[in-house]
Design a protein around this ligand. Structure first.
Ligand code: HEC
Length: 122
């Protein structure tokens, strides 16, 4: 069945492309705005992570729903360490996290992108 073969090839190609990151914005392609960011951990980073991520990723999460144990975002240091992965999953136009329906609005994802790109300042 040549049609099925073609379709399978396309699916494989698409999956490989997205695995290569072509459909994502990486942290390196989103520069920190020249004057820096007014966003801080206390004013933005902590409330964002607590509001949208920690129900699954927090060390005290009641039901992690499969969130990997090494991806805990309780502290600024943990967020800074994982900031490239957090960016690729949640910042700018990246929206694969959170997986559920309670997505942050686009302007919040843009703020997350700036804050992470500037090094997630305290
Ligand atoms: C409803 C539960 C849930 C919420 C809420 C959630 N996650 Fe996740 N997260 C998961 C699960 C399950 C995985 C493992 C599967 C996967 O990688 O898609 C994961 C994996 C990850 C990973 C590691 C995989 C990788 O690509 O490196 C990162 C980083 C991540 N999430 C970031 C976030 C951020 C940032 C938020 C908040 C904006 C968030 N998640 C909200 C469930 C959740």
């Amino acid at each position: 069945m040549p049609q099925i073969t073609l379709r399978s090839a396309l699916v494989v190609a698409l999956v490989s492309l997205s695995a290569c990151g072509l459909f994502y914005t990486e942290i390196d392609s989103h520069p920190c705005p020249p004057p820096g960011t007014p966003l801080r951990y206390s004013s933005f980073g902590a409330p964002f992570m607590n509001g949208y991520c920690q129900s699954c990723h927090g060390s005290q999460a009641v039901d992690r729903q499969g969130a990997p144990g090494e991806f805990i975002f309780d502290t600024l240091e943990q967020i800074q360490r994982h900031r490239a992965r957090i960016f690729v999953r949640s910042a700018a136009n990246n929206s694969s996290m959170p997986p559920g329906p309670d997505d942050p609005p686009a302007d919040q994802r843009q703020k997350l992108a700036d804050w992470l790109a500037c090094g997630a300042p305290n």
